[in-house]
Design a protein around this ligand. Structure first.
Ligand code: 4NP
Length: 158
């Protein structure tokens, strides 16, 4: 566990949603002058070592962020020590994260949209089988959450 916030964003493949969530959070933290670590991972191993989906790369680029050097990885036990907060993109991934979390896990594990007032309990829809236009909705959701997380961490004195 670090002495500054360390946030892990988790989806299924780590190529569509969670890389965008990581990028949005890095930007929101940087804009706010908040020192925090961020990473992303998948619950599945389908895309280990792969760059993000081209539609996620294009969406991030539209917001001035280059995520083409991100590489997919699967969540691992060390993540439950390394990170202070682990956010799942949807209920299915939340269940799968909780199922492998150690019983003495100190990281806070939650649904990403639980951080956004009025969106509690909602999933970030999986855009993988959709057109590129759906990735703009993914961005809107992860950007709202990134700003909410930064505000909350700042209110807690980070
Ligand atoms: P992600 O989207 O979980 O947001 O990265 C998906 C990526 C790949 C697959 C499913 C969802 N897949 O089945 O390969």
């Amino acid at each position: 566990m670090t002495d500054r916030p360390a946030i892990l964003f988790v989806c299924l493949g780590n190529i569509c949603r969670s890389p965008l969530a990581e990028a949005a959070f890095r930007k929101a933290a940087n804009d706010a002058g908040l020192a925090a670590d961020a990473d992303s991972a998948g619950t599945a191993a389908y895309h280990v070592g792969s760059p993000p989906d081209p539609r996620s790369i294009a969406t991030a680029a539209r917001h001035g962020i280059d995520i083409s050097d991100y590489a997919g990885r699967q969540i691992e036990q060390a993540d439950f020590e390394r990170f202070t907060h682990i956010y799942a993109m949807d209920q299915s991934n939340l269940r799968n994260i909780r199922a492998i979390a150690p019983s003495d896990c100190k990281a806070e594990i939650a649904l990403l949209l639980d951080t956004v007032p009025g969106r509690e309990g909602a999933d970030i829809a999986d855009p993988y089988y959709d057109g590129e236009e759906n990735f703009a909705f993914t961005w809107d959701d992860v950007w709202s959450a990134a700003q909410a997380i930064v505000s909350s961490l700042q209110a807690q004195g980070s």
